[in-house]
Design a protein around this ligand. Sequence first.
Ligand code: ZN
Length: 235
Amino acid sequence: MSQFPGTLRVDDLDVTVEISPRRESVRLTVERDASVTATVPPLVGPEELARIVRSRRRWLYAKLAEHATLGPARPPHAYLSGEGFLYLGRSHRLLLVDDAPVAVRLLRGRLELRRDCLDDPAGHIVRWYRQVGEPWLLKRVAPWAEVLGVTVAGLRVLPLGYRWGSCSLSGHVNIHWAAMQLPPDLIDYVLVHELAHLRRPDHSPEFWRIVERALPGHRENRERLRRLGPGLWLP
Ligand SMILES: [Zn+2]
């Protein structure tokens, strides 16, 4: 109950709760960064709100898909030599090779995929993004944690559905592997956004002030993410 108002977790949805004495019914809004806000009359408790959120789940998911920075329409890959794959904002041509010590690697600007991995090319390439993403992000996150005055207890790179990142109050940060396709300065924004949540779990004006102080230009960054997201590869 202590989290109410604040953030209420309903299944896989984090709902930011705002109490409004003027409202007579619950209003759910999907924000442009794919977060969900509930404006709630004072007498509605967490259980009732959770029930309402569940009853509107179909609508919420449709809205989330619409707003998602990682939307559903994206270019497919046929895993042929010459196709471009993004890493840190740069496109690298795929090169199918017969001999290599690993399934996937970035070598001399080419993304090499070993031919005997063509049974599950997407799986191997996603694993590669996760493998290279983790050490890269761990190095990258340290100075931002210092700027924001927070402690990062752990960082993982994994599929996160429609979200770029998530975090827990214990200081664990998760970043979507697909974010490794973004230019480094936008990855910084994704990191700063999650680290700022370690200080403020919501999207209140104070939250955005924390983000802006650490990394100025959050409006432009959100807009760029929204534009770039649908063009990223997400098998
Ligand atoms: Zn957020």
